[in-house]
Design a protein around this ligand. Sequence first.
Ligand code: SF4
Length: 339
Amino acid sequence: MVNHALVLDLIERLAQTPVGETVSLDVARGAADPDEVATNADLIAAWCRASGNELVEVRPGSVVVRHGRGRDPLADLAPEQLPGHRLWMYANFDCNLHCDYCCVSSSPQTARRALGAENVARLAGEAVPAGVEHLILTGGEPFLLNDIDELVSSCTERLPTTLLTNGMLFRGARLERLRRMDRDRLTLQISLDSPTPEQHDSHRGHGAWERAVAGIRLALDEGFDVKVAATLPAELTHQVEPFKDFLAELGIRDENRVIRAVARQGVAEDGIELPVDSLIPEVTITAEGVWWHPVSAIDEAYLVQREIFPLADAIATVRGRFADYRRAANSAADWFPCS
Ligand code: SF4
């Protein structure tokens, strides 16, 4: 039986509640059994949808309803933070290095799991109508792929693109592939962790620093826009200033320096914890599906869905889930009185 009294009670209470505020409603009142409680909650949910009010939370025996709708959490983000503004693609997962803090556990033994030229081209094609403004190709080490120039070309034909690399493989046929890339539409982001070899090599292997610096110099000489990304443990933040001086000497512009903390993901045993609902998502595609953020693209807790296409649907799903997380967080804050 439809519980009209419940809806009338809610209408009356919302009429006395300022827009944006919430009320809690007892949906177990007068119910004969749990099925009837669930029916009452469904009734309130349907009424909220039809009336332009927001069902904030369903609890055992009660629901929380907002008068009107809460502010859209996406509206609080800067345009460049909006999920789907940038699209990350993992080209592959194998790597010539096996850094001890790699967030996706890459190494020479890691299975390639290549996204593939066909998928990358289709994603780049769907990215523009989906509102994406920048493409980012990462790995693993993308220069291990024999068709990396083809992947990059299908991206730069559509949008400005950044290619992440450890910068150590610019020789022979791989150097020729680099030289075929579009210097006007591509930024190379090369990993370098310190102004001297010790820190970098302690995590990435002996000789890695020398080759990365040589790769940066070569890429600059070839006329590429080069960004340098450093991963720094919290206890080494005092190295930031000397590092900046070193990058300036190399010819890396201020806006092309990225310094980030170690995340406790993949093989990293230390670093900052990043629960999924604490991260503003960056839509990330791998051969295995759509992920919440590139820093966690092998952790099933961050898997959004297996279907990559259509890309616009994948982006919409990530945005919807982010809005849900934020609304739930706001609701928790509303309902956690300290006195
Ligand atoms: S951090 Fe980068 S360079 Fe190091 S193993 Fe992972 S993908 Fe390779």
